[in-house]
Ligand binder design. Sequence first.
Ligand code: CP3
Length: 353
Amino acid sequence: MGVSSTTPHLLRAARGEVVDRPPVWMMRQAGRYMKAYRDLREKYPSFRDRSEIPEVAIEVSLQPWRAFQPDGVILFSDIVTPLPGLGIEMDIAEGKGPVIFSPIRTQEQIDRLRPLEPEADLPFIKTILQALRQEVGNKSTVLGFVGAPWTLAAYAVEGKGSKTYSVIKNMAFSDPTTLHQLLAKLADAIAVYMRYQIDCGAQVVQMFDSWAGQLSPQDYDTFALPYQQRVFQQVKQTHPDTPLILLVSGSAGVLERMAISGADVVTVDWAVDMAEARARLGKHVKVQGNLDPGVLFGSKQFIRDRILDTVRKAGNWGHILNLGHGVLPETPEENVAFFFETAKQLDAAGVGR
Ligand code: CP3
């Protein structure tokens, strides 16, 4: 048997090998739609406890693994988890998301930021990733993830999630020099963190630039793309063989720009037809996606038809089957189970065997 037979499916597809069916995982596959997660949340009501106490985070990551055997098992964490290491204190509020205690608004605050020291600041990440690798062996691929500079800057500057991004756009358009310094510091910290995740066992790492779709294309070129490139370039210098995935929410207007970020795999959401996304991204970029998470509210036949449609349009190379964004908390667990079962019975042409 060759080396590749012991290399897990998702990793092989992300490296561009032709595989017998598209690998499958689901963004947010660990979380609220699972009863096992909701039960555990009662015992550990704080998100930071659930994600930073290694035994709890490991258990949460493994809940979907045990239930559905996805081809990817993602670290249970959050994009804001490394911020306290830089000196940006935060919490993750129930039903609200990240809250930054002292939002970054001045040059002086940016000057005071510390470089990330992952061994000291994020020791639990090593314990979690090593345990996940140990547990899944060659049967699945362990994914790490990070937030991108623009998206983490949006949290750091706004202080919380936002609909309009008024505070960071005010900074971007009236005091860009200050924002560029913050973005540069975040990019370097994120690259350090990505390398650390890989050294600890992550085999593929996804970068979430969730809020970059809120930028016009010209502003994306100024405030998002160069910093995505800075992170990916730094990581590729030391870890050239680890596939890197990029996600932008609402990315339809910037797909071609994502293709030049340096990511190996571009996540495509459901606002774009997968065949058109392939044509726009070109022959070298692999794709992930792109089912509407709402599809999982449909009948089994409907779910199956949509899976087949995406897989046929993506073609038989370089496709990781996934939703276009996170699974919704109201999703019936049995439909998630059906999604995985159906996906694992496909062949590469998207025809059920
Ligand atoms: O995919 C996975 O299973 C890994 C888990 C994961 C979480 N956050 C756990 C979490 C991942 C990949 C993230 C990334 C993340 N966090 C992003 C990028 C992904 C995206 O959606 O675009 C963003 C923007 C955040 C910031 C954040 N953290 C938000 C918007 C929220 C949700 C607020 C809410 O309650 O709706 C959080 C909290 C959070 N992070 C939850 C989970 C499962 C929900 C709270 C909970 O389950 O207790």
